[in-house]
Design a protein around this ligand. Sequence first.
Ligand SMILES: [Fe+2]
Length: 183
Amino acid sequence: MAKATKSNADINHAPAAKTVGAAPRTFRTSIDLKPNVRSSCIALLNARLADSFDLYSQLKQAHWNVKGMDFIQLHELFDEVAERTLVYVDDIAERAIELGGYATGTARMAGASSSLPEYPTAATNGQEHLTAVVERMALYGKHVRQCIDEADDLGDKDTADLFTEISRAVDKDLWFLEAHLQA
Ligand SMILES: [Fe+2]
């Protein structure tokens, strides 16, 4: 039986990165993926690079600013999740380079292009920080999951695999975070 394939119209597209500054640059490469596949995947990767860097900084914001009786365990948990997120930043940026792209990875570029909302400065206690972090982690995970199908549909199974790996790890961290709020 023929395997059902998703048409482009069936895929829920993740938000694209906003264009910031100069037009994106590309470089010649001997990798055996067509230029249009590469450029579309580079755009997906740079959009999620912005989200990942933004999420990393927001997790550190929670790590530094949380207060209350659960301080030490949340302080440490937020830092562990941030460290894992920093690995996604590097893996996503390097995949964009492997495809002949240019990684738009400064903090300013990430802030201007991120699809995540800004961190609430009013958050103080553990529950407020957990609520803010869970909301952003869930949105980040949703957009990464959408990129699995988008990269697969474009014909780049390795980029889809990278997004799958990140998506699975994000689901686990979302569980670790959200379990605190599930009575
Ligand atoms: Fe620290």
